[in-house]
Write a protein that binds this ligand. Structure first.
Ligand code: ZN
Length: 305
């Protein structure tokens, strides 16, 4: 499947930056050009990606980039913050999680797990400005609302960026657009479903997902929701039968979702569903996280065509 990539103007001064093919560590970003300055939504994994994004930006504006909003803590949305020379901002939990990752060097772990990914120039940069509920930025005639989703969903610190006048929403990884598989291991299955409902209720026509193609209309929200509901219900069946999370993930027939990218995420998604079924609060750090990651990698290797 192919879709439009690069810098895409959605409304005057509002751009999505879409990277093909939206798989592990290949995320989307955004640009808002105001009267006096620009705002970037999310940095990217490595220096090459960030430089390509910056050179695309320079083709449409010479306004200084004053603010950089991080939608959540994951490296594919934050690891090149330092290359944008802007005030970085995020939810308070996002900054806390970045500091935790720095302490235990999660980047080093990812370098081992994903030898095919280029991590050069990647660096942790905790945000300079944090908030717990919402922030409103005014850039010339544009009003930009940055809102915490309010509960664990993709992570425990997700924000979305809404420009009501343009009817555009940057969702971060609250939305993975088909054919990119949703991933909720670090958040919550139920919270992610609720978040998709919330996004669908906004006054908007265009949704820029964290991975995958721009969604004109709500179809991508409904497709991601269908996937999560299906996985949750199938996992519940096997949970009641006493199967382990990994046995359940192997048993679930992905049906119409079988051709989506990074389908091994089912292992992490089922593990998160199991945590919720066993009564743990959404977003609770998983005790068996290492095992989940190993099993997910086994699933990936077993399904390489
Ligand atoms: Zn993410």
């Amino acid at each position: 499947m192919e879709w439009q990539t690069g810098l895409i103007e959605l409304d005057k001064g509002i751009y999505a930056y879409i990277q093909p093919r939206g798989t592990w560590f290949i995320a989307n970003a955004g640009l808002i050009v105001g009267r006096d300055f620009s705002i970037v939504i999310d940095s990217l994994t490595n220096e090459k990606m960030a430089m390509d994004f910056l050179s695309s930006i320079r083709k449409v504006t010479d306004k200084p980039i004053r603010f950089l909003i991080n939608t959540h803590y994951h490296g594919d949305h934050t690891w090149t913050n330092h290359l944008f020379n802007a005030v970085t901002m995020a939810h308070v939990n996002t900054r806390r999680l970045i500091e935790e990752e720095m302490r235990i060097n999660v980047m080093g772990l990812y370098e081992k797990l994903f030898p095919e990914i280029d991590f050069s120039g990647a660096k942790y940069t905790p945000q300079g400005l944090v908030f717990s509920e919402s922030l409103i930025l005014h850039a010339g005639d544009k009003t930009i609302e940055i809102k915490y989703i309010g509960y664990p969903a993709h992570t425990v610190g997700d924000v979305y960026v809404h420009i009501p006048d343009s009817r555009v929403v940057f969702t971060g990884d609250l939305l993975f657009a088909e054919p990119c598989t949703p991933f909720v291991l670090f958040g919550s299955v139920s919270g992610s479903i609720e978040a998709l409902d919330r996004l669908a209720s906004l006054n908007a026509d265009i949704y820029v997902p964290g991975h995958g193609p721009v969604s004109y209309g709500r179809k991508a929200l409904y497709r991601a929701r269908d996937y999560l509901v299906y996985i949750r219900d199938e996992a519940w069946r096997y949970f009641k039968e006493g199967l382990s999370f990994n046995e359940a993930a192997l048993r679930i027939d992905l049906m119409e979702f079988a051709n989506w990218y990074d389908k091994e995420r089912i292992v992490g998604n089922v593990a998160r569903a199991y945590s919720e079924f066993s009564g743990e609060k959404p977003g609770t750090p998983l005790q068996n996280l290492n095992e989940v990651i190993i099993k997910m990698n086994e699933y990936r290797i077993a399904h390489i065509k």
